[in-house]
Write a protein that binds this ligand. Structure first.
Ligand SMILES: [Mg+2]
Length: 425
């Protein structure tokens, strides 16, 4: 079954997050490293927080090929692997790094002979499972299960790796469709978990981390803190936990720390759109909101200052704080229509011709998610705006003199108000 957009993006971004979170403690013995819960720099490779290693680079190579061609072509994926090894294509640094031995010799063989099946029976490293998510998604979306083996065989053609890839893909299927898996980790306790780069132990340790926790963040923290091949155990755990809990369950603070987040996200979405997975727009889009700065001008000759219309928020976030009236744009309406409707609903005020102010788009400006506000200014005469009454999700609606504003205002509304005052005629 093809995973949904949320589960597919979860597996892809889970892979990236696990690689980035685990790489700083890669090669350490279990518990002889700091307990990692945040993206931190990696001394081994000299990388800042949120830089992925070979796991992420190879997964991006697979996704880029499918996004560009609209189908899985193992020869083209092989050429991407060569570009990665030789030119740093899709690497977080200008060059490839953290390259496993079997992967190095296999990619060199692709370059030299064009061979699309590489790796000896004894090459049982985790180089295929660490990058599995894009080939798993392509295999399911195209109804071509052989894609799993074709992608893995490029570097790790051995019976053991093929079996492990098959087991992991089955677990991903179950987690993505029902949130549960019948598979049970070979490891019952943390002490049992082997943190080597063997494909079997990497998958079993990652599965243990998912089994023994109840959310994405705890699973990934449990996985990478096994140390050893921490980035690849993290990359595998991130795929499993991402398929189980979905993209929306990945902590935003981790995603925000990953290098080139917007470019990587756009690539993943083009990859999923190329495979026809519904709901994955090639170009990600924010929610749009309109906020209204209604200002009543000062009476001529008097001492009274101009005033602004504010509402006290009846719900979270910023419950109880004062804010500009406003809200989310609905399907079928223009921003101006949205501004008029929200102002009417929340305050009872009809605004005729709102004029636009600079949009506000700083990441994190709204704790509910990615929200861009398009504010509008509406200037009323000194006797305008009578008969205000709170409605919808506003607990109160009031005119405040500009020299006696409640503080602090919710969101970035103080900055929007400052823009409006500067724009006053
Ligand atoms: Mg790595």
């Amino acid at each position: 079954m093809t995973p949904t957009c949320d589960k597919a993006l979860g597996a892809l971004w889970g892979l990236m997050a696990g690689d980035c979170l685990g790489s700083p403690i890669q090669f350490t013995d279990k518990d002889r490293h700091p307990h990692v819960t945040e993206m931190i720099p990696c001394e081994t490779f000299g990388t800042p927080p949120g830089y992925w290693t070979d796991d992420g680079s190879m997964a991006l190579c697979v996704a880029e090929s499918v996004a560009r061609l609209g189908r899985f072509d193992r020869a083209d994926v092989g050429r991407n692997f060569v570009r990665w090894l030789r030119e740093g294509f899709m690497s977080s640094l200008p060059q490839a790094f953290d390259v496993g031995g079997a992967t190095w010799s296999s990619v060199a063989a692709i370059e030299k002979t064009g061979s699309l099946e590489n790796g000896a029976e004894e090459s049982q490293g985790n180089g295929s499972v660490m990058r599995l998510a894009p080939s798993w998604i392509a295999a399911r979306a195209c109804g071509r299960p052989e894609i799993l083996r074709e992608c893995s065989d490029l570097t790790h053609k051995s019976r053991r790796v093929r079996e492990t890839v098959g087991r992991m893909a089955g677990i991903l299927d179950e987690l993505a469709s029902s949130g549960k898996t019948k598979a049970v980790s070979a490891y019952a306790t943390r002490e049992d978990c082997n943190n080597s780069g063997w494909c079997v132990s990497t998958l079993e340790s990652a599965l243990w981390a998912v089994e023994s926790t109840s959310n994405f963040e705890d699973a990934l923290v449990a996985a990478v803190n096994l140390g050893g091949d921490a980035d690849s155990i993290g990359a595998v755990c991130g795929q499993l936990a991402g398929a189980k809990y979905g993209y929306s369950a990945i902590p935003e603070r981790w995603l925000a720390a990953i290098k080139d987040r917007a470019e990587v996200d756009a690539l993943f979405r083009r990859f999923l759109a190329a495979l026809g997975i519904p709901g994955c727009d090639a170009y990600p889009h924010p929610s749009l909101a309109a906020d209204i700065v209604a200002i009543r001008t000062a009476p001529a000759g008097g001492d009274a200052p101009a005033s602004v219309l504010l509402v006290r928020r009846g719900g979270e976030p910023f419950k109880g704080a004062f804010a500009l009236p406003g809200g989310f744009m609905q399907p079928g309406e223009s921003l101006e229509d949205c501004a008029r409707r929200e102002c009417k609903e929340e305050t009872g005020l009809d605004i005729a011709t709102p004029s636009p102010l600079p949009p506000r788009s700083a990441p994190g400006r709204d704790p509910r998610g990615w929200v861009v506000s398009c504010p509008f200014l509406c200037v009323l005469p000194p006797d305008g705006g009578a008969g205000i009454r709170a409605g919808d999700d506003a607990a109160e609606a009031r005119w405040f003199p500009l020299d006696a504003l409640p503080s602090p205002l919710a969101f970035d509304h103080a900055a929007i108000l400052a823009d409006a005052i500067r724009a006053m005629p």
